[in-house]
Design a protein around this ligand. Structure first.
Ligand code: SF4
Length: 368
């Protein structure tokens, strides 16, 4: 049996090549690039850099597919396979023949559940055109990375349009590293219709009541006018950043996405906090030792304890996180904005993946 990965939302990773080019803020601290520097000389990233073919990629996927019945018996689901974790399948700079070999192999691995993840959703249609003659394979789902509201507004309409037109069975969002608050229920209507928004989790366009002069009976209970149906997002994964230069993630950004998904019935998976852990998700036993000088435990709210400890020296880096994504390397609480939260750089392992004490492991029906 092929070795499984520790990535929480998949069982196996398969790479057909390595190398890529940074295309957005989510790429700033690309772990695959750091790995390339460490193991293969670091010459496969950036414009014009040659990508490196992975010899065993196709063979690994064939083996996973061959062993799939045994895997299914042991785990109760077909093996989920993340292609490609060290590159982007829809990278313009990769050899066309490499991609075609990869996508044709993917097409026939029908006993696996393929998870294609890209930051280049605009390339997908032209790169599969004429390749999958029977249409989009029904064991293959498409995920895009979304790290902030600007990317959500730009790319989710494209993803949902592809889902409808190409018959993609399920689509998902990998919101890692999450770098700001995101409202998935109010994406500006890509058709440009004034005041119209897309609710990407429920598959609806809607208008706020103040902009529509229609009878109340036409409105949803919340007063919005639901205009028509569109495809919807089937899965949301959220995670913080890891690595030495990781950026922190505000817990309220994650909570908001958790709550949006719960309200819409969308499966939600919280992958990890990453390098930084907010104090709001620590127990007193966890955060007290982070300070050199402990004070006598008192019956305080956690934030009040932090206020109480104002000015003391921490044993690990700490910073405050603003709701708008800015942060300050300061313990001067007076400089913090509304909704600010303190976070500690405790490392990915120690930070864990509990959100308000709960592990979230939602998967869409197609992957269960
Ligand atoms: S798209 Fe992915 S693999 Fe490529 S640079 Fe960005 S994070 Fe790295």
């Amino acid at each position: 049996m092929t070795n499984q990965t520790k990535i929480e939302w998949t069982d196996f990773t398969v790479n057909f090549w390595e190398g890529c080019q940074k295309v957005g803020p989510g790429c700033d601290h690309c772990y695959a690039e750091a790995r390339d520097v460490r193991f293969t000389g670091g010459s496969h990233w950036g414009p014009g850099a040659p990508r490196r073919k992975v010899k065993g990629g196709v063979a690994k996927l064939l083996k996973i597919n061959r062993d799939a019945p045994t895997f299914h018996e042991a785990h109760g689901h077909w093996p989920r396979v993340f292609c490609s974790s060290l590159s982007d399948v829809f990278d313009n700079a990769v050899d066309r023949l490499w991609r075609e070999e990869a996508l044709l192999t993917v097409q026939i691995m029908v006993d696996t559940r393929i998870q294609l993840l890209t930051k280049r959703v605009g390339n997908v249609e032209k790169m599969v055109e004429g390749l999958w003659l029977g249409g989009w394979p029904q064991h293959v789902g498409l995920m895009i990375t979304v790290v902030n509201q600007a990317e959500a507004d730009r790319d989710i309409p494209k993803l949902l349009d592809l889902k409808a037109r190409l018959g993609i069975p399920w689509v998902g969002l990998s919101m890692e590293p999450l770098l700001g608050p995101v409202d998935l229920t109010a994406i500006p209507d890509p058709s440009g219709l004034a005041h119209s928004h897309m609710d990407a989790l429920r598959g609806k366009f809607w208008m706020p009541p103040e902009h529509v002069d229609w009878p109340t009976s036409s409105r949803a209970m919340d007063g919005r006018l639901n205009v028509n149906l569109c495809p919807w997002v089937d899965w949301v994964i959220v995670g913080g950043e890891s690595g030495p230069n990781a950026r922190p993630m505000h817990p309220d950004w994650v909570r908001s996405l958790r709550d949006q998904c719960a309200a819409a019935g969308t499966p939600f998976l919280f992958k990890q906090w990453g390098e930084w852990k907010p104090v709001s998700d620590m127990t007193e036993d966890e955060y007290r030792p982070l300070y050199r000088s402990n004070r006598k435990a008192r019956d305080y709210e956690r934030q009040e304890i932090i206020d109480d400890l104002y000015g003391e020296t921490c044993t690990v880096p700490t910073l405050s996180l603003q709701l708008d994504g800015e942060h300050k390397d300061t313990l001067d609480i007076g400089a913090w904005g509304k909704g600010a939260m303190m976070a500690f750089k405790v490392g990915k392992k120690r930070a864990g993946r509990l959100l308000d004490g709960i592990e979230h492991n939602g998967f869409p029906g197609a992957l269960t």
